[in-house]
Design a protein around this ligand. Structure first.
Ligand SMILES: Nc1nc2c(c(=O)[nH]1)N[C@H]1C(S)=C(S)[C@@H](COP(=O)(O)O)O[C@H]1N2
Ligand SMILES: [Mo]
Length: 545
């Protein structure tokens, strides 16, 4: 058949028309997804925030994602890694939903089947969560059913607006003109405008349900009020305030004690575990003579101890921000373990959190006389929810992943041979001892400073060993002793200052290295955080003007 110009324009019209059909079909998929997620969020108000489909799938994704990807996420997105993950899940869901909508224009049952399948996937993800109950599958299943039903209804409606069912059945593909005409008028009384209104309306209702469901869940599962009402007794022997000389007066140097709001947060929780301390209990079990169960009240009736301590994350890059100093208050962990009666041969203490995290600490150091806590407070207030309310462990000398279980519910006295905790299963070092680290805070990287004497200042830590010396060098020259501020104890970082005399105009590199109290000099060899903590000297490039 030869094509005349009129055929070509009809063809074009047909093409743009088909595009419009694809667009509408994709929109019905989005509308079904919106309705599905809305229904899922509303259902999660009954079963808990972590059972909402996106959260359940996201949490499963976090656990399944390979270590390099997790490391990349923490490194690249820092504290926003969770936002990026949830954004990614929403975007993926939107693309899949659009595809399912497009498919359902031709094959409504297949489209519906895709939504149902995602409901089942979400239910599986919810069940895979530690401590999951059977009811936790409800939000995802509800979402799947609502999504399938919505895509069926909408595709039927669009189908009848675009192509009368009998047209399709009897003569196959209608011509562009006839389709366009039907589309405009609708053979079964459904107009295109009505289809768009229903699709848009469904998207809007779904979005409102998502927001409403989240607000409702946050209200129903809020522990802010209980937390505010918790009265934490003072320490039996309160520590004196830290002496001012621990922090040199240099603008831009980090505060010696990190405020709770500025304290770094690293964990795998997409929604914070919200634990009502009245329903909380801590079990001590495993290789012990007397397994214990302590309520929050029991814990508060223990003699409480204070401990000043610098906590750091193994994922912290050289010079990075995942380190902070705080005054913890809590019950003595070694005292509790002694009461339980630890069996000979046990060499690992595994903390389990309410959200299923497992963190293993070598047992010997926990019992070697150092202070280690079941902390209930941080800087004079009950633990913030993000930092483990109502109780977390803290053992100086170890990175957080190997000592500082937040939302702690279970302490298992065991062996390294018998159990690999969460991060160890992912290849991280099972000991988790903090490496010596030092950081330049002042001048800030790429700062411009006037020529002459330049003040350099920062912090250094070798938790539980302590810092004996800090050295600074300029442009690879000889190492100069920095001036150490007062020592607040081996479990704390130590701040330092150094005067760089007669800095000349140009670009210069400042480097720092520390020596711990055992006399070991911080290595200059660069290593990534995986698998046992970053090494290498922090440096800062500045321009002297
Ligand atoms: N339940 C739970 N506890 C956890 C983690 C976690 O993911 N879940 N992360 C650990 C890690 S890797 C670190 S560095 C510290 C961080 O504690 P913070 O968030 O209070 O600073 O918590 C530890 N405890
Ligand atoms: Mo960490």
């Amino acid at each position: 058949m030869s094509k005349k110009p009129s055929d070509a324009s009809a063809l074009l019209r047909g093409r743009s028309d088909r595009l419009r059909h694809v667009g509408v079909a994709a929109a019905t998929g989005l509308a079904a997804a919106s309705a599905a997620l809305g229904a899922g969020e509303l259902a999660a108000a009954f079963t808990g925030p972590d059972t909402a489909p996106v959260i359940a799938v996201g949490s499963a994704a976090v656990d399944l994602s390979p270590t390099p990807l997790k490391e990349y996420a923490v490194r690249t997105f820092g504290g926003y890694d969770k936002t990026v993950l949830l954004g990614g899940i929403h975007l993926t869901a939107a693309l899949l939903a659009a595809g399912a909508g497009w498919l359902s224009a031709r094959r409504p049952r297949t489209g519906a089947g895709i939504f149902a399948a995602f409901g089942v996937l979400g239910a599986w993800a919810a069940l895979s969560r530690p401590g999951a109950r059977a009811a936790d599958v409800v939000p995802a299943l509800v979402a799947g059913v609502v999504g399938a039903a919505t895509v069926l209804a909408l595709s039927r409606m669009t189908g009848s607006a675009a192509l009368p069912v009998n047209t399709v059945r009897t003569i196959g593909h209608p011509t562009a003109e006839s389709a366009d005409q039907e589309w405009r008028t609708g053979s079964e009384g459904t107009t295109r405008r009505a289809v768009l209104a229903v699709t848009g309306g469904t998207i809007a209702v779904g979005a409102v349900a998502v927001t409403g469901g989240r607000i409702l869940t946050d209200r129903l599962f809020d522990v802010g009020a209980v937390r505010a009402s918790v009265r934490i007794p003072p320490a039996v022997e309160p520590l004196p305030p830290l002496p001012p000389p621990v922090r040199p007066k240099v603008a831009g140097l980090s505060p010696f004690v990190t405020s709770n709001t500025d304290f770094y947060r690293v964990d795998t929780a997409l929604t914070l575990p919200r634990i009502d301390p009245r329903r909380w209990a801590l079990r001590v079990r495993g290789m012990v003579d007397h397994p214990l169960v302590l309520t929050f009240d029991d814990l508060l009736h223990e003699p409480l101890e204070e401990m000043d301590h610098t906590l750091s994350c193994v994922s912290n890059e050289v010079g990075g921000p995942y380190v902070g100093t705080t005054r913890w208050l809590g019950a003595s962990l070694p005292a509790l373990l002694r009461r339980a009666g630890v069996h000979r041969g046990a060499d690992q203490l595994v903390g389990r959190s309410q959200d299923g995290m497992t963190i293993g600490t070598p047992l010997e150091p926990v019992l070697d006389g150092r202070r280690a806590l079941l902390a209930v407070a941080m800087n004079g207030e009950a633990l913030p929810v993000a930092h483990g309310f109502p109780c977390r462990s803290v053992v100086p000398g170890f990175y957080g992943y190997a000592s500082a279980t937040k939302w702690l519910v279970d302490l298992d006295v065991t062996t390294f041979a018998a159990f690999d905790p969460y991060w160890v299963r992912r290849g991280w070092d099972r000991t988790g001892a903090v490496r010596t680290a030092s950081r330049i805070d002042v001048p800030a990287p790429f700062a411009r400073v006037p020529a002459g004497d330049v003040t350099v200042a920062g912090t250094a830590w070798a938790t539980h060993r302590g810092i004996a010396a800090v050295e600074v060098r300029i442009d690879g020259g000889t190492w100069q002793q920095a001036l150490l501020a007062a020592d607040a104890g081996p479990d704390l970082w130590r701040q330092w200052t150094h005067t760089w005399p007669g800095a000349a105009p140009g670009t210069h590199r400042i480097e720092v290295r520390a020596t711990d109290a055992t006399g070991a000099v911080q290595t200059g060899d660069r290593a990534a955080p995986y698998p046992s903590g970053a090494t290498g000297w922090h440096s800062s490039v500045v321009t002297v003007t």
